[in-house]
Design a binder for this molecule. Structure first.
Ligand SMILES: Nc1ncnc2c1ncn2[C@@H]1O[C@H](COP(=O)(O)OP(=O)(O)O)[C@@H](O)[C@H]1O
Ligand SMILES: [Mg+2]
Length: 155
């Protein structure tokens, strides 16, 4: 599936609004692939109204979301050692009603949850404003709404 930014944001909004929580999504792809764009769209869809900065230095931000749940947004790019995950409360993630969004999940090595979605974003060619979106289900996470994306005319 190849999506413009607007389409990706539309899809993310739908995920945020409809996905069953708890759920864990790993967002993969190079720097600038659109992981944070997608994470923000999902968080917005889940009802987060405050600013959503990149958790690049903090590694983790939490937000109040719909239905009493929380959105937990992580960026593990600067994780030096999977051991640091424990300081973030990694083991508990997704055991409470949390919509967990992890950029650079590969930094967590073997410590990813057994039930999750992996979403991979990449430009079809350098500098493109579209993104190839590939999703992979690992284990038995709740269904991911809206994929493949049905494009809304004129929006
Ligand atoms: N189809 C697209 N989907 C997502 N982002 C896109 C797309 N086309 C262009 N972009 C741009 O690419 C950049 C992605 O940045 P960001 O989401 O911060 O990347 P990452 O978090 O993967 O490093 C943004 O500047 C965004 O406007
Ligand atoms: Mg990012």
């Amino acid at each position: 599936m190849i999506l413009t930014e607007r389409e990706l944001v539309q899809w993310g909004g739908r995920i945020g609004k409809e996905v069953t929580i708890p759920v864990f999504l790993g967002l993969r792809g190079q720097l600038g692939a659109g992981k944070s764009v997608l994470a923000r769209a999902i968080a917005r869809g889940a009802g987060v109204e405050v600013a959503i900065p990149s958790p690049t230095f903090n590694l983790l931000f939490r937000y109040q979301a719909r239905d009493g749940a929380e959105v937990v947004h992580l960026d593990l790019y600067r994780l030096r050692d999977p051991e640091e995950l424990w300081e973030l409360g990694w083991e508990e993630l997704g055991t409470k009603p949390e919509l967990v969004l992890v950029e650079w999940p590969e930094r967590a090595g073997d410590h990813l949850p057994k039930d999750r979605w992996d979403v991979h974003l990449s430009p079809p060619e350098p500098g493109s404003h579209r993104r190839i979106v590939e999703i992979r289900r690992v284990g038995a996470p709740p269904a991911l709404p809206g994929f493949p994306v049905k494009l809304e005319r004129g929006s």
